[in-house]
Design a protein around this ligand. Structure first.
Ligand code: B12
Length: 334
Protein backbone atom coordinates (compact mmCIF):
# COMPACT_ATOMS: atom_id res chain seq x y z
CA UNK A 1 0.00 0.00 0.00
CA UNK A 2 1.30 3.46 -0.84
CA UNK A 3 1.48 6.18 1.80
CA UNK A 4 -1.56 7.86 0.25
CA UNK A 5 -3.57 4.61 0.28
CA UNK A 6 -2.69 4.01 3.94
CA UNK A 7 -3.86 7.51 4.85
CA UNK A 8 -7.13 7.07 2.95
CA UNK A 9 -7.69 3.65 4.53
CA UNK A 10 -7.22 5.23 7.96
CA UNK A 11 -9.76 7.91 7.04
CA UNK A 12 -12.26 5.15 6.18
CA UNK A 13 -11.41 3.31 9.43
CA UNK A 14 -12.17 6.53 11.31
CA UNK A 15 -15.65 6.49 9.80
CA UNK A 16 -15.35 8.81 6.81
CA UNK A 17 -17.04 7.72 3.60
CA UNK A 18 -14.70 9.28 1.06
CA UNK A 19 -11.19 10.72 1.06
CA UNK A 20 -9.11 12.47 -1.57
CA UNK A 21 -5.85 14.38 -1.74
CA UNK A 22 -4.96 17.61 -3.50
CA UNK A 23 -1.98 19.95 -3.40
CA UNK A 24 -1.94 23.03 -1.19
CA UNK A 25 -1.37 25.21 -4.25
CA UNK A 26 -3.57 28.30 -4.57
CA UNK A 27 -6.77 27.70 -6.48
CA UNK A 28 -7.42 29.02 -9.96
CA UNK A 29 -8.08 32.76 -9.95
CA UNK A 30 -11.49 32.00 -11.53
CA UNK A 31 -12.69 30.79 -8.12
CA UNK A 32 -11.76 33.91 -6.17
CA UNK A 33 -13.10 36.11 -8.97
CA UNK A 34 -16.38 34.21 -8.94
CA UNK A 35 -16.54 34.43 -5.15
CA UNK A 36 -15.75 38.17 -5.14
CA UNK A 37 -18.46 38.84 -7.71
CA UNK A 38 -20.93 36.83 -5.63
CA UNK A 39 -20.10 39.00 -2.62
CA UNK A 40 -20.32 42.20 -4.69
CA UNK A 41 -23.78 41.18 -5.88
CA UNK A 42 -24.89 41.05 -2.25
CA UNK A 43 -25.64 37.31 -2.39
CA UNK A 44 -23.84 36.67 0.89
CA UNK A 45 -26.44 38.80 2.67
CA UNK A 46 -25.37 39.49 6.28
CA UNK A 47 -22.66 36.78 6.41
CA UNK A 48 -19.93 39.31 7.10
CA UNK A 49 -17.35 36.63 7.83
CA UNK A 50 -17.34 35.65 4.14
CA UNK A 51 -15.94 39.08 3.31
CA UNK A 52 -12.90 38.49 5.51
CA UNK A 53 -9.74 36.50 4.68
CA UNK A 54 -10.63 36.11 1.02
CA UNK A 55 -6.99 35.42 0.05
CA UNK A 56 -6.74 32.60 2.60
CA UNK A 57 -9.97 31.01 1.36
CA UNK A 58 -8.31 30.12 -1.93
CA UNK A 59 -4.77 29.47 -0.71
CA UNK A 60 -4.26 26.76 1.94
CA UNK A 61 -0.61 27.82 2.24
CA UNK A 62 -1.84 30.95 4.01
CA UNK A 63 -3.69 28.82 6.57
CA UNK A 64 -0.66 26.66 7.42
CA UNK A 65 2.87 27.79 6.80
CA UNK A 66 4.74 25.36 4.57
CA UNK A 67 1.60 23.45 3.57
CA UNK A 68 2.05 21.14 0.60
CA UNK A 69 -1.02 18.87 0.64
CA UNK A 70 -4.69 18.88 1.62
CA UNK A 71 -6.48 15.67 2.60
CA UNK A 72 -10.23 16.10 2.02
CA UNK A 73 -12.78 13.83 3.70
CA UNK A 74 -16.55 13.37 3.49
CA UNK A 75 -18.97 12.09 6.15
CA UNK A 76 -22.23 10.65 4.80
CA UNK A 77 -25.23 11.78 6.88
CA UNK A 78 -28.08 10.29 4.82
CA UNK A 79 -30.47 8.92 7.47
CA UNK A 80 -32.40 5.70 7.17
CA UNK A 81 -35.76 7.45 6.97
CA UNK A 82 -37.15 8.36 3.59
CA UNK A 83 -38.59 11.64 2.48
CA UNK A 84 -42.08 10.78 3.69
CA UNK A 85 -40.75 10.81 7.23
CA UNK A 86 -39.34 14.26 6.68
CA UNK A 87 -42.61 15.69 5.46
CA UNK A 88 -45.06 14.35 8.03
CA UNK A 89 -47.96 16.72 8.10
CA UNK A 90 -48.07 19.24 10.91
CA UNK A 91 -44.55 18.67 12.19
CA UNK A 92 -41.79 21.20 12.07
CA UNK A 93 -38.87 20.27 9.85
CA UNK A 94 -35.24 20.18 10.73
CA UNK A 95 -32.71 19.79 7.93
CA UNK A 96 -31.09 16.39 8.11
CA UNK A 97 -27.57 17.54 8.98
CA UNK A 98 -29.02 19.39 11.98
CA UNK A 99 -30.70 16.28 13.37
CA UNK A 100 -27.24 15.01 14.33
CA UNK A 101 -24.81 16.00 17.02
CA UNK A 102 -22.74 19.06 16.05
CA UNK A 103 -20.63 17.90 13.11
CA UNK A 104 -17.80 20.39 13.67
CA UNK A 105 -16.18 18.75 16.73
CA UNK A 106 -17.12 15.29 15.45
CA UNK A 107 -15.21 15.70 12.19
CA UNK A 108 -12.39 17.73 13.74
CA UNK A 109 -11.73 15.09 16.37
CA UNK A 110 -11.34 12.44 13.66
CA UNK A 111 -9.10 14.71 11.59
CA UNK A 112 -6.86 15.10 14.67
CA UNK A 113 -6.77 11.30 14.96
CA UNK A 114 -5.80 11.09 11.29
CA UNK A 115 -2.98 13.59 11.92
CA UNK A 116 -1.75 11.52 14.89
CA UNK A 117 -1.78 8.40 12.73
CA UNK A 118 0.32 10.11 10.07
CA UNK A 119 2.74 11.49 12.67
CA UNK A 120 3.22 7.95 13.97
CA UNK A 121 3.91 6.47 10.55
CA UNK A 122 7.59 7.11 11.01
CA UNK A 123 7.90 9.79 8.37
CA UNK A 124 8.46 12.62 10.84
CA UNK A 125 12.15 12.65 10.18
CA UNK A 126 11.87 12.99 6.43
CA UNK A 127 13.32 16.30 5.27
CA UNK A 128 10.70 18.94 4.62
CA UNK A 129 9.99 20.12 1.11
CA UNK A 130 12.35 22.87 0.04
CA UNK A 131 11.41 26.06 1.86
CA UNK A 132 8.48 24.31 3.55
CA UNK A 133 9.50 24.71 7.19
CA UNK A 134 11.55 27.37 8.86
CA UNK A 135 14.98 26.38 10.20
CA UNK A 136 14.72 24.12 13.23
CA UNK A 137 11.09 23.13 12.66
CA UNK A 138 11.27 19.83 10.90
CA UNK A 139 8.24 18.02 12.34
CA UNK A 140 5.12 17.56 10.29
CA UNK A 141 2.41 20.16 10.74
CA UNK A 142 -1.33 19.84 10.35
CA UNK A 143 -4.37 22.09 10.38
CA UNK A 144 -7.85 20.62 10.64
CA UNK A 145 -10.64 22.55 8.90
CA UNK A 146 -14.40 22.17 9.17
CA UNK A 147 -16.56 25.06 8.08
CA UNK A 148 -15.27 27.83 10.30
CA UNK A 149 -11.77 28.04 8.80
CA UNK A 150 -11.82 30.31 5.74
CA UNK A 151 -11.29 27.63 3.10
CA UNK A 152 -13.41 27.06 -0.02
CA UNK A 153 -14.24 23.51 0.98
CA UNK A 154 -16.37 22.43 -1.96
CA UNK A 155 -13.92 23.71 -4.55
CA UNK A 156 -11.03 22.12 -2.63
CA UNK A 157 -12.85 18.77 -2.41
CA UNK A 158 -13.60 18.85 -6.14
CA UNK A 159 -9.89 19.37 -6.78
CA UNK A 160 -9.18 16.37 -4.52
CA UNK A 161 -11.43 14.23 -6.73
CA UNK A 162 -14.40 13.90 -4.36
CA UNK A 163 -17.11 15.12 -6.71
CA UNK A 164 -18.48 17.93 -8.82
CA UNK A 165 -20.51 21.03 -7.97
CA UNK A 166 -24.16 20.70 -8.91
CA UNK A 167 -26.53 23.47 -9.88
CA UNK A 168 -27.91 23.25 -6.35
CA UNK A 169 -24.35 24.26 -5.29
CA UNK A 170 -23.77 20.98 -3.48
CA UNK A 171 -20.67 18.90 -3.99
CA UNK A 172 -22.05 15.71 -5.54
CA UNK A 173 -20.17 12.43 -5.30
CA UNK A 174 -21.25 9.74 -7.79
CA UNK A 175 -21.34 7.06 -5.07
CA UNK A 176 -22.68 9.11 -2.14
CA UNK A 177 -24.90 11.78 -3.69
CA UNK A 178 -24.55 15.05 -1.81
CA UNK A 179 -25.75 14.33 1.74
CA UNK A 180 -22.30 14.46 3.25
CA UNK A 181 -20.27 16.94 5.24
CA UNK A 182 -16.73 17.97 4.40
CA UNK A 183 -13.55 18.34 6.39
CA UNK A 184 -9.92 18.94 5.43
CA UNK A 185 -6.51 18.27 6.91
CA UNK A 186 -3.92 20.68 5.56
CA UNK A 187 -0.40 19.34 6.07
CA UNK A 188 3.26 19.99 5.36
CA UNK A 189 3.59 16.33 4.31
CA UNK A 190 4.10 16.07 0.57
CA UNK A 191 1.63 13.59 -0.90
CA UNK A 192 0.70 12.50 -4.38
CA UNK A 193 -2.45 14.36 -5.40
CA UNK A 194 -5.56 12.73 -6.87
CA UNK A 195 -6.98 13.85 -10.18
CA UNK A 196 -9.53 16.65 -9.83
CA UNK A 197 -13.12 15.63 -10.51
CA UNK A 198 -14.29 16.79 -13.92
CA UNK A 199 -17.30 19.09 -13.76
CA UNK A 200 -20.47 17.19 -14.83
CA UNK A 201 -22.97 19.65 -16.26
CA UNK A 202 -26.49 19.49 -14.81
CA UNK A 203 -27.84 20.32 -18.28
CA UNK A 204 -31.53 21.07 -18.51
CA UNK A 205 -32.56 19.22 -15.34
CA UNK A 206 -33.53 22.15 -13.13
CA UNK A 207 -35.31 20.05 -10.47
CA UNK A 208 -33.46 21.80 -7.65
CA UNK A 209 -34.45 25.17 -9.05
CA UNK A 210 -38.11 24.22 -9.18
CA UNK A 211 -37.94 22.58 -5.74
CA UNK A 212 -36.52 25.64 -3.97
CA UNK A 213 -39.57 27.20 -2.30
CA UNK A 214 -38.06 30.69 -2.28
CA UNK A 215 -36.32 30.99 -5.66
CA UNK A 216 -32.78 31.09 -4.31
CA UNK A 217 -31.34 29.14 -7.27
CA UNK A 218 -31.29 30.29 -10.88
CA UNK A 219 -30.93 28.46 -14.21
CA UNK A 220 -27.85 30.58 -14.87
CA UNK A 221 -26.13 28.83 -11.93
CA UNK A 222 -26.74 31.71 -9.56
CA UNK A 223 -27.45 31.31 -5.87
CA UNK A 224 -28.78 34.06 -3.64
CA UNK A 225 -28.33 33.31 0.05
CA UNK A 226 -30.76 36.10 0.94
CA UNK A 227 -33.59 33.95 -0.43
CA UNK A 228 -32.32 30.62 0.93
CA UNK A 229 -34.35 29.14 3.83
CA UNK A 230 -31.16 27.70 5.23
CA UNK A 231 -29.66 31.17 5.45
CA UNK A 232 -32.85 32.69 6.82
CA UNK A 233 -33.24 30.12 9.58
CA UNK A 234 -29.58 29.74 10.56
CA UNK A 235 -27.66 32.90 9.81
CA UNK A 236 -30.02 35.79 10.39
CA UNK A 237 -29.57 37.16 13.90
CA UNK A 238 -32.01 36.45 16.69
CA UNK A 239 -34.95 38.84 17.00
CA UNK A 240 -33.45 40.35 20.11
CA UNK A 241 -30.34 41.50 18.25
CA UNK A 242 -29.90 45.16 17.76
CA UNK A 243 -30.37 46.65 15.24
CA UNK A 244 -32.86 44.13 13.87
CA UNK A 245 -31.91 42.72 10.48
CA UNK A 246 -34.29 43.69 7.72
CA UNK A 247 -36.05 40.63 6.32
CA UNK A 248 -34.82 38.19 8.96
CA UNK A 249 -36.62 34.89 8.49
CA UNK A 250 -39.58 36.39 6.64
CA UNK A 251 -40.59 33.31 4.74
CA UNK A 252 -41.18 30.81 7.47
CA UNK A 253 -40.08 28.13 5.04
CA UNK A 254 -43.06 29.01 2.78
CA UNK A 255 -45.28 26.54 4.53
CA UNK A 256 -42.82 23.65 4.59
CA UNK A 257 -42.18 24.17 8.27
CA UNK A 258 -38.38 24.32 8.23
CA UNK A 259 -37.01 25.65 11.49
CA UNK A 260 -33.30 24.84 11.02
CA UNK A 261 -31.77 24.64 7.53
CA UNK A 262 -33.47 23.28 4.43
CA UNK A 263 -32.99 20.19 2.24
CA UNK A 264 -35.36 20.83 -0.65
CA UNK A 265 -32.75 21.43 -3.39
CA UNK A 266 -30.86 18.34 -2.25
CA UNK A 267 -33.84 15.98 -2.02
CA UNK A 268 -35.00 16.97 -5.51
CA UNK A 269 -31.65 16.10 -7.12
CA UNK A 270 -31.65 12.95 -9.29
CA UNK A 271 -28.12 12.17 -8.08
CA UNK A 272 -29.71 11.37 -4.70
CA UNK A 273 -31.58 8.33 -6.02
CA UNK A 274 -30.40 4.96 -4.74
CA UNK A 275 -27.55 6.35 -2.69
CA UNK A 276 -26.41 4.57 0.51
CA UNK A 277 -27.45 5.39 4.06
CA UNK A 278 -24.81 6.69 6.39
CA UNK A 279 -22.61 3.97 7.85
CA UNK A 280 -21.05 5.88 10.74
CA UNK A 281 -23.46 5.21 13.59
CA UNK A 282 -21.16 6.93 16.10
CA UNK A 283 -22.44 10.19 14.62
CA UNK A 284 -25.41 10.62 16.95
CA UNK A 285 -28.77 11.02 15.18
CA UNK A 286 -31.79 12.53 16.95
CA UNK A 287 -34.95 11.92 14.91
CA UNK A 288 -37.00 12.59 18.07
CA UNK A 289 -36.34 16.33 17.70
CA UNK A 290 -38.72 16.31 14.72
CA UNK A 291 -41.56 15.43 17.11
CA UNK A 292 -41.30 18.71 18.99
CA UNK A 293 -44.40 20.82 18.48
CA UNK A 294 -44.40 24.60 18.02
CA UNK A 295 -46.04 24.93 21.44
CA UNK A 296 -43.32 22.88 23.12
CA UNK A 297 -40.66 25.03 21.48
CA UNK A 298 -42.33 28.29 22.55
CA UNK A 299 -42.60 27.01 26.13
CA UNK A 300 -38.98 25.83 26.32
CA UNK A 301 -36.76 27.39 28.97
CA UNK A 302 -33.06 27.99 28.38
CA UNK A 303 -32.20 25.09 30.71
CA UNK A 304 -34.51 22.71 28.85
CA UNK A 305 -33.07 23.90 25.56
CA UNK A 306 -29.49 23.27 26.72
CA UNK A 307 -30.40 19.78 27.96
CA UNK A 308 -32.47 18.74 24.95
CA UNK A 309 -29.96 19.90 22.39
CA UNK A 310 -26.66 19.35 24.23
CA UNK A 311 -23.68 18.95 21.86
CA UNK A 312 -25.76 19.79 18.80
CA UNK A 313 -25.81 22.60 16.28
CA UNK A 314 -28.96 23.91 17.98
CA UNK A 315 -26.80 25.37 20.73
CA UNK A 316 -25.10 27.54 18.09
CA UNK A 317 -28.53 28.48 16.71
CA UNK A 318 -29.78 29.55 20.14
CA UNK A 319 -33.21 29.38 21.72
CA UNK A 320 -34.27 32.86 20.52
CA UNK A 321 -33.73 31.98 16.90
CA UNK A 322 -35.36 28.57 17.33
CA UNK A 323 -38.48 30.22 18.77
CA UNK A 324 -38.49 32.83 16.01
CA UNK A 325 -38.15 30.18 13.29
CA UNK A 326 -40.81 27.98 14.83
CA UNK A 327 -43.27 30.88 15.09
CA UNK A 328 -42.55 31.92 11.50
CA UNK A 329 -42.95 28.35 10.22
CA UNK A 330 -46.24 27.94 12.06
CA UNK A 331 -47.57 31.28 10.82
CA UNK A 332 -46.66 30.42 7.22
CA UNK A 333 -48.59 27.17 7.48
CA UNK A 334 -51.79 28.45 8.94
C1 B12 B 1 -21.70 30.13 3.93
C2 B12 B 1 -22.18 28.70 3.84
C3 B12 B 1 -23.55 28.49 3.70
C4 B12 B 1 -24.52 29.61 3.38
C5 B12 B 1 -24.39 29.95 1.87
C6 B12 B 1 -24.46 28.71 0.98
C7 B12 B 1 -23.73 28.80 -0.35
N1 B12 B 1 -24.18 28.03 -1.32
O1 B12 B 1 -22.80 29.56 -0.52
C8 B12 B 1 -25.88 28.99 3.79
C9 B12 B 1 -26.17 29.32 5.25
C10 B12 B 1 -27.08 29.40 2.94
C11 B12 B 1 -25.55 27.51 3.67
C12 B12 B 1 -26.49 26.53 3.46
C13 B12 B 1 -26.18 25.20 3.33
N2 B12 B 1 -25.01 24.60 3.60
CO1 B12 B 1 -23.35 25.59 3.87
N3 B12 B 1 -21.67 26.39 3.97
C14 B12 B 1 -21.26 27.62 3.91
C15 B12 B 1 -19.72 27.71 3.99
C16 B12 B 1 -19.33 28.11 5.42
C17 B12 B 1 -19.10 28.66 2.96
C18 B12 B 1 -19.68 28.48 1.54
C19 B12 B 1 -19.22 29.55 0.59
O2 B12 B 1 -18.06 29.89 0.52
N4 B12 B 1 -20.17 30.11 -0.17
C20 B12 B 1 -19.85 31.08 -1.22
C21 B12 B 1 -20.16 30.46 -2.57
C22 B12 B 1 -19.80 31.41 -3.69
O3 B12 B 1 -19.35 29.32 -2.63
P1 B12 B 1 -19.81 27.95 -3.29
O4 B12 B 1 -21.26 27.93 -3.61
O5 B12 B 1 -19.27 26.82 -2.49
O6 B12 B 1 -19.01 28.08 -4.71
C23 B12 B 1 -17.62 27.82 -4.76
C24 B12 B 1 -17.36 26.66 -5.68
O7 B12 B 1 -18.46 25.79 -5.71
C25 B12 B 1 -17.02 27.24 -7.01
N5 B12 B 1 -18.06 27.60 -7.94
C26 B12 B 1 -19.40 27.45 -7.85
N6 B12 B 1 -19.96 27.92 -8.98
C27 B12 B 1 -18.96 28.36 -9.77
C28 B12 B 1 -18.98 28.94 -11.02
C29 B12 B 1 -17.77 29.35 -11.60
C30 B12 B 1 -17.83 30.01 -12.94
C31 B12 B 1 -16.54 29.14 -10.94
C32 B12 B 1 -15.26 29.55 -11.54
C33 B12 B 1 -16.53 28.56 -9.67
C34 B12 B 1 -17.73 28.18 -9.12
O8 B12 B 1 -16.40 28.45 -6.67
C35 B12 B 1 -16.96 28.98 -5.47
C36 B12 B 1 -15.81 29.53 -4.66
O9 B12 B 1 -14.91 28.51 -4.38
C37 B12 B 1 -19.32 26.23 3.66
C38 B12 B 1 -18.06 25.71 4.36
C39 B12 B 1 -16.81 26.27 3.70
N7 B12 B 1 -15.92 26.82 4.50
O10 B12 B 1 -16.68 26.20 2.49
C40 B12 B 1 -20.57 25.41 4.11
C41 B12 B 1 -20.99 24.20 3.25
C42 B12 B 1 -20.89 24.59 1.79
N8 B12 B 1 -22.39 24.01 3.59
C43 B12 B 1 -22.76 22.79 3.63
C44 B12 B 1 -24.10 22.35 3.84
C45 B12 B 1 -24.31 20.90 4.17
C46 B12 B 1 -25.17 23.25 3.71
C47 B12 B 1 -26.67 22.92 3.62
C48 B12 B 1 -27.00 21.64 2.85
C49 B12 B 1 -27.26 22.87 5.06
C50 B12 B 1 -28.78 22.73 5.10
N9 B12 B 1 -29.33 21.53 4.88
O11 B12 B 1 -29.48 23.69 5.33
C51 B12 B 1 -27.20 24.18 2.90
C52 B12 B 1 -27.14 24.05 1.37
C53 B12 B 1 -27.52 25.32 0.63
C54 B12 B 1 -26.96 25.32 -0.80
N10 B12 B 1 -27.75 24.82 -1.75
O12 B12 B 1 -25.82 25.74 -0.99
C55 B12 B 1 -21.61 21.85 3.33
C56 B12 B 1 -21.74 21.33 1.88
C57 B12 B 1 -21.36 19.85 1.69
C58 B12 B 1 -21.58 19.43 0.26
N11 B12 B 1 -21.87 18.16 0.04
O13 B12 B 1 -21.52 20.24 -0.67
C59 B12 B 1 -20.37 22.79 3.58
C60 B12 B 1 -19.15 22.48 2.73
C61 B12 B 1 -20.03 22.65 5.10
C62 B12 B 1 -19.26 21.39 5.44
N12 B12 B 1 -18.11 21.52 6.09
O14 B12 B 1 -19.65 20.29 5.12
N13 B12 B 1 -24.21 27.31 3.75
Amino acid sequence: MSLEEKIKQKAFDLGFDAAGITTADPMDAAHSEYFQQWLNDGCAAEMGYLHRNIDKRFDPGQLLKGATSVICVALNYRPKCGRSFQLRKGTLHIARFAQYEDYHPFIKDRLFQLAEFIKNMGINSSPPAKGACPEGERGLKFKACVDSVPLAERAMAQRAGLGFIGRNRMLINPKLGSQFLLGELITTLRLEADEPFEQIPCGGCGRCIRACPTGALGFDGSFDARKCISYQTIETPAPTSSPPVKGACPEGGRGLGYIFGCDECILACPHELGKPERKNTNFQFHPEWQDLTPDQIQAMTEDEFQTTFANSGFIRLGLDRLKRNSAAAQAARS
